[in-house]
Ligand binder design. Structure first.
Ligand code: PEP
Ligand code: MN
Length: 353
């Protein structure tokens, strides 16, 4: 739309798009409003749309992912995690990720028990993480491995987040878990193995909670953005991409972090992107270098696993950073962020461990 196009003109265009059988998606930037018309290309009368009051131009988006594309939303999207009140009544701080806002999501791979979680959470908060992670449903290669404690662990997670003033990010594995989990979490994590679980993507897309979308083990950047499109097409605008490594012939580390995907995804899409250095490295000694490389490539932050006693971790112990390592890494990450004119969200008041 033209700069300063009145609301009436915007409503009229939306009405016309819907009359043609397409869905209208509004993107309000600081300069202009873009109206995305998503539907059958043939059904959309472009000449008619260009003739409407306030329309600057009609641009067909050739990319298969429309709402995730830079063409639809020129500026970087900033996604907010948290805000509002928790199910237990505590106020939840808002954390921004995207644009100039870098974020750090940290915590254990899986939640073993409430005490351990609380201790780890204090460590990561002290080190500079602003969002707490922790799995309650774990996608394990073997059905005999620890599968997570489910809803009781979600309650521990919520209570810990409330106590420390941290929004929480938890993996959802199945459409049947979405409704129950939505009550507790501030951000849904979609795991690598579920990146193309389209029903699950649609289901979290119907919620108001942001979605951290991991890249699939064998997914191209295009596949990944199409998965993001599933969420966006349900009117959930809060997608954060997460590069966590892909399968290659290299078997020295757990997966190969595709550094190149970061500038690629940033050019093709407006969505924020964070790096998960834990799952690709698989070994704690390698995690800091990978995290720094991801940040240097332009990521908007990291999601990382931390444990003070990895030998007692029920999942992914060997890749968990020790609290001191995490603290040092955050100091270095802040410096790299500054080179890219990004800033990690302010660390909340430290809590004595
Ligand atoms: C996790 O974050 O613990 C996890 C299982 O990640 P991914 O889906 O990337 O393997
Ligand atoms: Mn893990």
């Amino acid at each position: 739309m033209n700069q300063g196009a009145p609301e009436g003109a915007i409503d009229r265009v939306v009405g016309e798009i819907e009359r043609m059988g397409a869905k209208a998606h509004l993107s309000r930037g600081s300069f202009r409003t873009v109206i995305g018309a998503v539907g059958e290309e043939n059904a959309l009368d472009q000449v008619h749309l260009s003739s409407l009051d306030g329309v600057e131009k009609v641009v067909p988006i050739m990319k298969p992912y429309k709402l995730a594309s830079r063409e639809f939303h020129e500026e970087d999207s900033v996604v907010e995690i948290g805000g509002g009140k928790s199910i237990f009544g505590a106020p939840i701080p808002k954390v921004k990720i995207g644009g100039t806002h870098a974020g750090c999501i940290a915590g254990p791979c899986a939640i073993e028990n409430e005490e351990m979680l609380n201790k780890i959470a204090r460590h990561v908060r002290d080190g500079g993480a602003t969002v707490l992670r922790g799995g309650v449903f774990k996608p394990r290669t073997s059905p005999y491995s620890f599968q997570g404690h489910g809803e009781p662990a979600l309650k521990w997670m919520r209570a810990t987040g409330d106590e420390l003033g941290m929004p929480i990010c938890v993996e959802v594995m199945d459409t049947r878990q979405v409704e129950m989990m939505e009550k507790y979490v501030d951000c849904f994590q979609i795991g690598a193995r579920n990146m193309q679980n389209f029903d699950l993507l649609r289901e979290v897309g119907k919620t108001q909670k942001p979605v951290l979308l991991k890249r699939g083990l064998a997914a191209t950047v295009k596949d990944w953005l199409l998965s993001a499109e599933y969420v966006l097409s349900q009117r959930n605008r809060g997608v954060i991409l997460c590069e966590r490594g892909i399968k290659t012939f290299e078997d020295s580390a757990r997966y190969t972090l595709d550094i190149t995907s970061i500038p690629v995804a940033k050019q093709w899409s407006h969505l924020p992107i964070v790096v998960d250095p834990s799952h690709c490295a698989g070994k704690r000694e390698w995690v800091p270098s990978v995290a720094l490389a991801g940040m240097a490539a332009g990521a908007h932050g990291i999601i990382v696993e931390v444990h003070y006693c990895p030998s007692e971790a029920l999942c992914d112990g060997p890749q968990a950073l020790l609290p001191e390592m995490f603290k040092d890494l955050m100091t270095q990450l802040r410096q790299i962020a500054a080179i890219h004119k990004k800033e990690f969200t302010k660390t909340p008041e430290p809590v004595t461990v």
